[in-house]
Design a protein around this ligand. Structure first.
Ligand code: AMP
Length: 421
């Protein structure tokens, strides 16, 4: 127990943290290009926020939340996703009073009590984007293109973008009735979850991954055939904009979100080489959510990308950059008397932004050279008894093997020049 992380969690060790930084930096760069600013919200919120913001009939709220009562008798939940928290912050800090739309992105850990498997964890990380305040299809297109560009920039090209429209509170009830009509004879043969979805949330039946349920719902009426004029126009504009941006998509009528405050655009990006857990990005419009959370009616759209899955995809395709741990200089003190001058040099050079390290284990010169080679270090500064007395260091170029005795006080300039040369 004491030496094992909890099930479904993972340590990110030094050999992979560079890969995470690479993915995160790519996300920062893309967001900056698109005019999105970062927001950081707490990893826990009042449970009520997620009950409202995700919906009580969803799997997340039904089965997957990490909820506990804190010492002040408040019900607290570790965030299972971040849209609700961003909306809470948008309202709390009156971000609607600033330039519109409010374009935000976030990155960080999410928590869901799910059965762990490859690509599915209990603590996982999402990079997400939310655009609040615009109801036009152009912002839908913008964030979809942003997601695609982020994945492509990392080198992932075999992307499949699925899109659908889930309508709005005007046209959805008509569809819901047609769908229930179609499913009512079949539902008794479906899984327990689908049976309970029939009344509560029938559109979610289309989303069930169980083979029997998928087969039984084949041929079900499609939301896109029941859209009102406004939703229809929005959807066709979105398709035109994606085509204009050269982003390929397929219409997937099974892509649904059964809650009232999800409206119009729903989308998902799959990376098929990942196999079972191939969804890397899920998103959609939530024009009713802000009102649901206590604000004025305000349209919004967002997505979340699962970073563990992105990392798995990059690993699979050999697209991760080589780790770069090399340093400019390794300082090798020999003996007690060399410790203080070596340490002073180390501190001075580091202040100048020169990446350097020194021996902290009193190793022999041979062992220190071996260690410096492993780093790798471009130069080694050897400081022995003689060098200490002369206030000098022996600077060795590890590439050429050249050595020269250099004044300790001028090493900074000389070393800089050496680096340039
Ligand atoms: P969702 O918030 O459920 O729409 O998920 C958005 C994305 O987050 C998915 O496409 C996955 O890439 C990722 N994701 C969701 N749940 C998990 C999980 N339990 N473990 C790892 N990644 C996940």
């Amino acid at each position: 127990m004491l030496t094992t992380a909890p099930r479904g969690t993972k340590d990110i060790l030094p050999d992979t943290s560079g890969h995470w930084q690479y993915i995160e930096e790519t996300a920062y760069t893309v967001c900056r290009t698109y005019g999105y600013s970062e927001i950081r919200t707490p990893v826990f919120e009042h449970t009520e926020l997620f009950l409202r913001g995700i919906g009580e009939t969803t799997d997340i709220v039904d089965k997957e939340m990490y909820t506990f009562t804190d010492r002040g008798e408040r019900s607290i939940t570790l965030r299972p996703e971040n849209t609700a928290a961003v909306v809470r912050a948008f309202l709390e800090h009156k971000l609607y009073a600033g330039p519109q739309p409010t374009k935000l992105f976030y990155m960080g850990p999410m928590f869901r009590y799910d059965r762990p498997q490859a690509g599915r964890y209990r603590q996982f990380h999402q990079f997400g984007v939310e655009a609040i305040g615009s109801k036009g299809a152009a912002i839908d297109a913008e964030i979809i293109v942003l997601a695609v560009q982020f994945l492509r920039k990392l080198g992932l090209n075999e992307l499949k973008l699925n899109i659908n429209s889930v309508g709005c509170p005007q046209c959805r009830p008509v569809y819901r009735t047609r769908l229930q009509e179609f499913l009512k004879e079949k539902v008794t043969a479906m899984c327990g979850d689908c049976q309970s979805r029939f009344d509560r949330n029938p559109m979610r039946i289309l989303d069930c991954k169980k083979e029997a349920c998928t087969a039984l719902s084949q041929g079900a009426p499609q939301m896109v055939d029941c859209l009102c004029d406004e939703c229809q126009a929005h959807f066709s504009q979105l398709k035109d904009l994606l085509t204009a941006a050269d982003v390929e998509f397929v219409l997937n009528p099974r892509l649904v979100r059964g809650l009232d405050y999800y409206t119009k655009t729903a989308f998902e990006i799959q990376y098929s080489p990942l196999g079972a857990q191939s969804a890397v990005c899920g998103g959609g419009r939530y024009d009713g959510l802000i009102e649901e959370c206590g604000g004025q009616p305000t349209p919004g759209i967002g997505f979340a990308i699962g970073l563990e899955r992105v990392l798995l995809a990059l690993e699979k395709q050999n697209l991760l950059p080589q780790a770069k741990n090399d340093i400019d200089l390794y300082i090798a003190p020999l003996g007690e008397n060399a410790q203080a001058p070596a340490f002073r040099l180390l501190c001075q050079l580091r202040q100048e932004g020169i990446a350097c390290d020194m021996d902290f284990l009193n190793r022999s010169l041979k062992a220190q050279m071996k260690y410096a080679n492993k780093y790798p270090a471009k130069f080694v500064a050897i400081i022995g008894e003689e060098e200490v007395q002369q206030n000098k260091v022996m600077l060795k170029n590890m590439e050429t093997g050249e050595q020269q005795l250099i004044d300790m006080d001028t090493i900074q300039q000389q070393f800089k020049a050496e680096r340039k040369g």
